[in-house]
Design a protein around this ligand. Structure first.
Ligand SMILES: [Zn+2]
Length: 325
């Protein structure tokens, strides 16, 4: 029996030992698996193909920072800054341009629309047929003046004032229409008599934004030259309320006219002796383009080139007066 017991005990001992070793093996296997998994996980993290974009960027940044020298970093930083600035400018400019373009487009459209609603009346001074009779100097005036005058004549060119004024007026009409205005003329031929009151009535009936009266000057002194504009005075017994606007129109036109032509400026002459101005119920000015009694200025005013400058200057003055600049 003792042997049997021993054998049993031995058997149990063997069983125990075997069992323990088996458990250890399992544990070892588990550890190996965990280690392998860990290794796999780490490998996965290090696999560049599986990296996310974020980690890729970080990795690149770190690597670059490590490998760059200071000077390289500085120069690159500078170039990056420049590039960033350029990009900012490039991005900013198109936006500004777009905004500006849009604003300009809107402004231009608005201006054109507004201008089309505004009427400019051009009055080519005098005529080949002088209106007969006389008219009151102004509304309610007991003083009478000739309905019109024959005007002056070019001392060198021999051209009559009424012919020059009509020529320039046609060009001015075209220029102002190109700028969007509606333009009416008090006469379109040299064969019709038109009195000063009739001329003013064209502007009044139209409700013109400006009444531009085109003339050329004359003097006994042939050396006198230059342009001037003429409007009523603040003390006008006829249209005191129009002084400011007529003076402004006169200032704008003489300024731009002399700028465009380079001629001598005679400034603005304020007088209440011009019946056409006195009868006007809208801002009015007489534009004396130059002296036909000055040989040089007379010949100059006959050239297409100088006429174009005159037209440009007057139109610029109208634009300035109406706030389109
Ligand atoms: Zn005249």
């Amino acid at each position: 029996m003792k042997n049997v017991k021993k054998i049993f005990i031995l058997f149990c001992a063997v069983l125990l030992l075997t069992g323990c070793s088996a458990q250890e093996t399992n544990e070892k296997n588990e550890q190996t698996e965990t280690a392998e998994k860990t290794a796999n996980t780490e490998q996965t993290k290090n696999d560049p193909e599986i990296q996310t974009e974020d980690s890729e960027d970080e990795g690149e940044t770190e690597t670059e920072t490590e490998t760059k020298t200071e000077s390289e970093t500085e120069s690159e930083t500078e170039s990056e800054t420049e590039t960033a600035e350029q990009t900012a400018i490039t991005e900013q400019n198109p936006k500004e341009d777009e905004t500006t373009d849009t604003a300009e487009t809107i402004t231009a459209e608005t201006e054109t629309t507004e201008r089309k609603e505004q009427i400019i009346v051009i009055d080519p001074g005098h005529s080949g047929v002088v209106a007969e009779g006389s008219e009151p100097l102004g509304p309610g005036s007991g003083e009478y003046k000739a309905a019109d005058a024959s005007g002056t004549r070019g001392v060198s060119s021999g051209v009559a004032e009424y012919a020059l004024t009509l020529t320039v007026s046609f060009q001015l009409k075209e220029e102002l229409e190109n700028r969007g205005y509606t333009v009416l003329m008090t006469r379109e031929s040299n064969d019709v008599p038109v009195s000063c009151v009739q001329r003013a009535e064209v502007a009044n009936t139209a409700g013109a934004a400006a009444f531009i009266r085109i003339h050329a000057n004359g003097s006994e002194n042939q050396s006198v030259q230059g342009a001037m504009t003429i409007c009523t005075t603040p003390q006008s017994p006829f249209v005191p309320g129009l002084y400011e606007s007529s003076r402004s129109l006169s200032d704008c036109i003489i300024g731009r006219l002399c700028e465009a032509t380079g001629c001598v400026s005679g400034g603005v002459w304020e007088t209440d002796s011009m019946s056409g101005n006195n009868w006007s119920q809208v801002p009015a000015t007489i534009v004396e383009m130059g002296y036909m009694t000055n040989p040089d200025e007379d010949m100059l005013m006959q050239t297409a080139e100088y006429q174009a400058k005159i037209v440009q200057g007057i139109a610029d003055g109208v634009d300035a007066f109406l706030g389109y600049e």
